[in-house]
Design a protein around this ligand. Structure first.
Ligand SMILES: [Zn+2]
Length: 202
């Protein structure tokens, strides 16, 4: 068989092969990414969920692999995401972890974990409302720093958002500021921090 024909057949085979059925957690992650995209008005890339390659010594439960559109997660967390696809009970911690990884949008470095985690916590209740129809139960999740994956960074981002707006961490204006901070690049984040600091000194 000529190389060209073999290549052609390989390509046809690739096109005709039935796609592997997506797992429940993958479907949930993709629907969540689409929801985030609508909410934030920025592209939220599709991320493939894969089991963490090896024991990582419990230093992390999940991580986004920069530039590879991949979320690696420990097996029990993937199992929890899989169960969350069938919404019979709220899983705020699982939703928090999924939102957190999907919100690593680009390669910003200025307070990246604080920005990501603050917005992830803000969105646990709306996410649960949207995907599970539960609201009040998760309303308290993430209001204190204890639920944060990066408590100090989240505290700082919340303080900046309050200083830059109306002084109230939970206000709509402060939440909007945190979203804007998340989607900003490093230069944008620096400028937002300076403005917040200038306002808090007045
Ligand atoms: Zn992170």
């Amino acid at each position: 068989m000529t190389r060209t024909l073999a290549t052609f057949l390989a390509v046809v085979g690739l096109v005709l092969a039935p796609p592997a059925a997506a797992s429940p957690e993958q479907i949930l992650a993709d629907r969540t990414a689409a929801w985030l995209e609508q909410l934030l008005h920025v592209p939220v890339p599709h991320q493939q969920i894969v089991p963490a390659a090896e024991e990582n010594g419990q230093t992390w439960l999940a991580q986004s692999v920069p530039g590879e559109h991949r979320i690696e997660a420990v097996p029990w967390l993937i199992e929890e995401w899989s169960q969350m696809a069938d919404p019979d009970e709220p899983q705020p911690a699982g939703a928090h972890a999924l939102l957190h990884e999907l919100l690593h949008l680009h390669h910003a470095t200025v307070l990246e974990e604080g920005a990501v985690d603050a917005v992830a916590l803000d969105l646990v209740a709306p996410w649960t409302q949207r995907f599970h129809g539960w609201g009040s139960i998760t309303q308290r999740y993430g209001t204190g720093p204890d639920d944060a994956a990066y408590p100090d960074d989240v505290r700082l981002v919340r303080a900046l958002s309050a200083a830059a707006t109306d002084g109230r961490v939970r206000s709509t204006a402060a939440r909007q500021w945190r979203r804007a901070f998340l989607v900003a690049d490093d230069a944008g984040r620096h400028a937002m921090i300076e403005t917040a600091n200038a306002r808090s000194r007045r």
